[in-house]
Design a protein around this ligand. Structure first.
Ligand SMILES: C[S@@+](CC[C@H](N)C(=O)[O-])C[C@H]1O[C@@H](n2cnc3c(N)ncnc32)[C@H](O)[C@@H]1O
Length: 366
């Protein structure tokens, strides 16, 4: 996007923060100059640090002065390596003069990474991909550079509704990472079209509400599937959803499907594994709403987990990235373990006097 590099060069030179986050914990192990120059909106190395292991090769796209690259360098240890990539020299000077021995920084456009095929265990990024015009090229590069079994963890600003053109083309909003925000469903589709599987949110935090439109800071992960070892396996959806759709088709709770080796390997990824069993006739889980009166509280539910679609035991159908209005009882169901990591609840009625009579909830729970 024209002007982005210039805007960031000026921001790093005069210390202006164009984006912000409070998603980090203790940052005392990171050099002060790097901490002060951060421009992120989420925390791929905090919320999703379980995805980074000792000895890993980690690449940080749009690393800026390198806050997440430094945190990743601490996680991978001496045997690991971190490569930060950014096209703004002012940011890289800060990163390079503070670098730990297991870090290096490349001045490059992340749509054409100067890195070999299948060379990274993890690709991270914090609030940078929204700034790229050609996001398809970025995801193609992520797929190319990841090793089989590798994963990405990306924090970025995201919307659950279409972003109107007057925001998309507002120069100030663009450089503040809101104008180029991906719609959540589009974010998932880009990852899937590139060949990455099990795309789902690890965390979702409110970021801004502009003209009634919610922008959230999402940290999402997906995998390049490991080469399948061995043969297929029986696969059973164990719930709590009664039905779920993945890249490999639809599954109904309790029904056994003979999956080929590729499908079985994909369903063993961390995003799917908690919901499946690889043995026949496993115990299944249901979560039913409480009986009695329902109190509407103004919630929307959005499927942000790895499935394309799920159905609960009341007939509510949640599709990836599409908000639906839900009553208090359904909100309580989606807030329980099993659904909690899959469905995000957003309240749009804060401060309003909402009556139960205003409840709108598909399905038959009220
Ligand atoms: C909002 S800042 C985030 C920086 C850093 N990740 C952080 O959390 O502090 C976005 C960064 O992406 C870089 N950037 C934007 N588009 C880029 C591209 N196409 N190639 C490489 N770097 C890019 C900018 O230079 C800037 O440093």
């Amino acid at each position: 996007m024209s002007g982005i590099k210039t805007a960031y060069a000026a921001a790093y030179a005069d210390g202006t923060a164009l984006c912000s986050t409070n998603a980090y914990g203790d940052l005392s192990a990171v050099p002060e100059e790097v901490r002060n120059a951060r421009q992120g909106c989420g925390s791929p190395t905090g919320d999703a640090k379980a995805y980074i292991k000792r000895g890993d090769v980690v690449v940080d796209l749009g690393c800026g002065a390198g806050l997440d690259a430094f945190l990743a360098a601490l996680l991978v240890g001496e045997r690991g390596r971190v490569v930060g990539v950014d096209f703004t020299p002012e940011a890289l000077s800060i990163a390079r003069r503070n670098a730990f021995p297991n870090m290096e920084f490349e001045e490059a456009d992340f749509r054409e990474l100067p890195l070999a095929d299948c060379s990274a265990d993890v690709i991270i990024s914090n609030c940078a991909i929204n700034l790229a015009e050609d996001k398809t090229a970025v995801f193609a590069e992520i797929y190319r550079v990841l090793k089989p079994g590798g994963r990405f963890v990306i924090s970025d600003i995201t919307a659950f509704q279409p972003v109107p053109l007057y925001i998309r083309h507002d120069r100030e909003m663009l450089k503040r990472c809101i104008g180029g925000a991906l719609e959540f469903a589009e974010f998932a589709a880009l990852a899937r079209r590139a060949g990455l599987l099990g795309f789902g949110a690890v965390s979702v935090r409110g970021y801004a509400r502009i003209d009634g439109l919610d922008f959230v800071s999402v940290t999402a992960a997906a995998h390049k599937v490991p080469e399948a070892e061995g043969g297929g396996a029986p696969v059973v959806l164990t719930g709590p959803m009664s039905r779920a759709v993945t890249e490999f088709g639809e599954f109904r709770r309790g029904e056994t499907r003979d999956a080929d080796a590729e499908t079985a390997a994909a369903l063993r990824l961390p995003a799917y594994k908690p919901y499946f069993s690889f043995k026949e006739a496993p115990p299944v889980r249901k979560i039913l709403p409480k009986s009695g009166a329902c109190r509407y509280t103004g919630n929307f539910a959005v499927l942000t987990g790895a499935f394309s679609e799920i159905e609960d035991d009341d007939g509510h159908i949640c599709r990836l990235g599409e908000p639906i209005e839900v009553c208090g009882k359904t909100s309580a169901v989606f807030g329980k373990r099993g659904y909690r990591g899959l469905v995000t609840l957003i309240n749009r009625a804060a401060g309003r006097d909402v009556e139960a009579a205003d409840a709108v909830c598909g399905g038959g729970c009220c």
